[in-house]
Design a protein around this ligand. Structure first.
Ligand code: SF4
Length: 392
């Protein structure tokens, strides 16, 4: 199926290459610019701070290598992402990073950070604690203090001052990038974007790695030449969950090959990543603190505590807005925050009569046949309950 013009296809290929081999892009960027690369751990560290310091922020991704050397470094009940990070650190696969920054959000991630610190002793690791409770009176001041500390630590790491003007420029560039991603995903929500879920994932994943301006330029090329397809009769699905890292592209492909089209999601490597802009006026450090505190309204996260928003409400609203006919919850095995929240999601989906399926993912992947059997059963259930259209 044609996705668009030659420039769209070329840009998509370039983005897919970066998504598949982030370390190769980082090495090439270092050779080209002479700059430093910092590994960012998900999900809350603002990339704008690194960008403003002239450093390339690379959001650390799950590798496709089987875990070997790092298997004994974290217990079996850690999630596959953290165990794979530990394995990558033990193998030296993160050596292209000159340092690591993390805004803590989960105890399992802290375990992975400890392993990175032990396995890469020559690289500084900065761990900062943002307030997990977002709506308490003290949260704003605490968030601002931590953002200020992040900026100061990044300046120390980069060996250059990071002023407000540089931060504001990086925030504006980052907002432009998010705006384009939202445009692309809105086209998918309308049901006529010519891109598959694995292609869209590559667009987002590459943006977690690439220089902002380069990624934005390729993103423009993708959007400008994108084909507009007529809406078809595939079952429309919403993908939910999968914190911190990307589900395997072959899993997304297997879902769509069953006769479904993913029209929306709240995945970290999806709408969660670009849900919220940072204010461009006023004090940029304050704006980054507000971004952290406000982001949860658009994309509630089970690792955060708040009293005004609930993930289940946001999920149901998104399903109604996109016209999705069912939901597939992708849960990283042993992801405690998601496991603890899932009963609320399931309860609300059941109350609203929204068909749904839970698929647990592992670093080693899932047998495609098993996934497809379960997805086909969900699609069959949806087709049987869908109202029959009567033509006059
Ligand atoms: S939030 Fe879930 S996926 Fe992320 S590090 Fe924690 S346990 Fe792993």
């Amino acid at each position: 199926m044609p996705v668009g013009t030659g420039s769209t296809v070329g840009a998509l290929d370039a983005l897919a290459d970066v998504a598949a081999r982030p370390e190769a892009y980082a090495a090439q960027w270092k050779a080209r610019t002479g700059g430093r690369v910092v590994g960012i751990l998900p999900m809350n560290f603002p990339r704008e701070i690194a960008h403003a310091a002239g450093v390339l922020p690379v959001l650390l991704q799950e590798s496709r290598e089987p875990d070997t050397m790092g298997r004994h470094l974290l217990a079996e009940f850690y999630c596959g992402f953290t165990r794979n990070l530990a394995d990558s650190a033990a193998k030296g696969a993160l050596d292209y990073c000159d340092g690591f920054f993390v805004a803590d959000h989960c105890t399992q991630l802290l375990g992975a950070v400890d392993v990175v610190r032990a396995e890469a002793p020559g690289s500084p690791v900065f761990l900062g604690q943002l307030p997990p409770s977002l709506t308490d009176e003290w949260a704003r001041g605490e968030a601002r203090l931590m953002m200020r500390t992040f900026v100061d630590e990044m300046a120390r790491f980069a060996g250059v001052p990071v002023g407000d003007a540089a931060l504001s420029r990086s925030i504006a560039l980052s907002n432009d990038n998010r705006t384009l991603l939202r445009e692309l995903f809105a086209a998918r929500r309308a049901g006529n974007a010519a891109l598959s879920s694995p292609q869209l994932q590559a667009v987002v994943k590459s943006g977690m790695v690439m220089d902002l301006a380069e990624h934005t330029e390729l993103l423009r090329q993708v959007i400008q030449g994108l084909a507009d397809l007529p809406r078809d009769n595939r079952v429309r699905l919403h993908l939910s969950g999968h914190l911190c890292h990307a589900p395997r592209p072959e899993l997304l492909a297997a879902i769509e090959e069953c006769g479904a089209i993913v029209v929306d999601d709240d995945l970290f490597t999806g709408t969660r990543w670009f849900s919220t802009d940072v204010a461009e006026d006023g004090d940029p450090v304050e704006a980054l603190a507000c971004w952290y505190l406000e982001r949860d309204r658009a994309a509630p996260c089970p690792t955060r505590v708040k009293h005004e928003t609930d993930w289940e409400d946001t999920l149901v609203e998104a399903v109604e807005a996109s016209g999705a006919e069912g939901v597939i919850v992708l849960m990283v095995r042993f992801c405690e925050p998601h496991m603890l929240y899932y009963p609320e999601l399931r309860k609300r989906l059941n109350e609203r009569g929204i068909p749904h399926l839970l698929l647990e993912t592992e670093h080693e992947g899932l047998p495609v046949e098993t996934v497809q059997t379960r997805v086909e059963a969900l699609l069959e259930r949806i087709r049987r309950t869908a109202p029959v259209e009567v033509s006059r």
